[in-house]
Ligand binder design. Sequence first.
Ligand SMILES: NC(=O)c1ccc[n+]([C@@H]2O[C@H](COP(=O)([O-])OP(=O)(O)OC[C@H]3O[C@@H](n4cnc5c(N)ncnc54)[C@H](O)[C@@H]3O)[C@@H](O)[C@H]2O)c1
Length: 364
Amino acid sequence: MASKVRFGIVGTGGIARAHAAGLAVMDGDAELISCCDVQAGRADEFARQFGAKRHFTDAKQMLDAGGIDVVCVCTPHPHHAHPLVLAAERGIHGVCEKPFTNTLAEADQVLEAAAKAGTFVSVMSQRRWFPAAQRIKKAQDDGKLGERIVMGESYCEMWRDEAYYKRDAWRGRWDTEGGGVMTNQSPHNIDFLLWYAGPAVELKAYWANVNHPYVEIEDNAVCVLKFKSGGLGIIKGTVSMNPARRIHGVTIVGDSGATVSLDCWEIPPEQRRTRTGPSDIGTNDIWTIPGEENIVGVSREHALDYGAGDLPNFHAHQLRDIIDAAREKREPAVTGLDGRRVVAIIQGIYESGRTGKAVTLSDP
Ligand SMILES: NC(=O)c1ccc[n+]([C@@H]2O[C@H](COP(=O)([O-])OP(=O)(O)OC[C@H]3O[C@@H](n4cnc5c(N)ncnc54)[C@H](O)[C@@H]3O)[C@@H](O)[C@H]2O)c1
């Protein structure tokens, strides 16, 4: 591998800018070599803005041109799997925006291609690097939550209006977005829940489009689930809450009696300290650990200050792990299997809502 890890980006719309801005500050370690977008003007403008040497209108052409170690896939959901498979077939690692894929069959195709090629896949879950998220993980690793998680609640409490769905032609339809609040807004929360509570084995769910008549997809969903550990969980997602509250988050109860929460809040532009990327921060609004009554969780001020550090956004924190993984030939912190487990839950929620039956979940 070249001394700098060389990146390509597929899909140069909104979120691709968070990837490129993250790579730009890792000068000695990473380089954006090429980018592609089906809209030629976008790829051209993006390449000029972020200094990519080459730009294309087709992912296969970009990957065939070579000179890339890792590709970041930042396209709408139905277009995640194909470039990831093409990349693995060419020995290139993949980073995928959430959700990993729209179907389990696609997730398995990508994982099989990567396993065969000896490459890795990581799914973007940048909020795991929020200090409030890391603090829960550390408390768990230090045994402060106990042996296992008894109860985990995951929430997405957002507002989305007609203008949001009109912003891009792919939003709001089953065939072009793949789903609604579960597919688009909730993967981060579901990932948090599984990161702390471990894999789930069964779920039951309801979903509906209750008050967004101008789109096809679900705007509200609720789910109950059982974890492999024996613990129980709840997933709640809404884009009907105006104003939004905790846009992402989890509350976790451990068998030590401890209860901790990770609550992600949208920050108004004038208070933002991250320079690019999604503008929310994470706090620990609940932090009750038996025997540690005087210790508090991550506050709003601390979370805002942390965001003003060396890196321009939280995508950059995950990209740093990906660069290290590529150099050290190890799995990244967020794996393709992690992404597949989130897809299994989202697709399980849709199936359970359609059939009225419980859905069993298992790894391949
Ligand atoms: N991690 C996060 O916090 C976060 C935030 C926002 C969006 N996202 C995810 O990022 C992805 C993209 O979202 P966005 O808001 O940037 O969308 P967007 O519409 O702004 O950008 C998508 C781009 O992909 C291009 N594209 C479409 N099909 C393509 C193909 N086959 N090959 C190459 N380019 C193609 C489009 O022309 C467009 O420029 C989605 O998966 C979304 O869920 C993640």
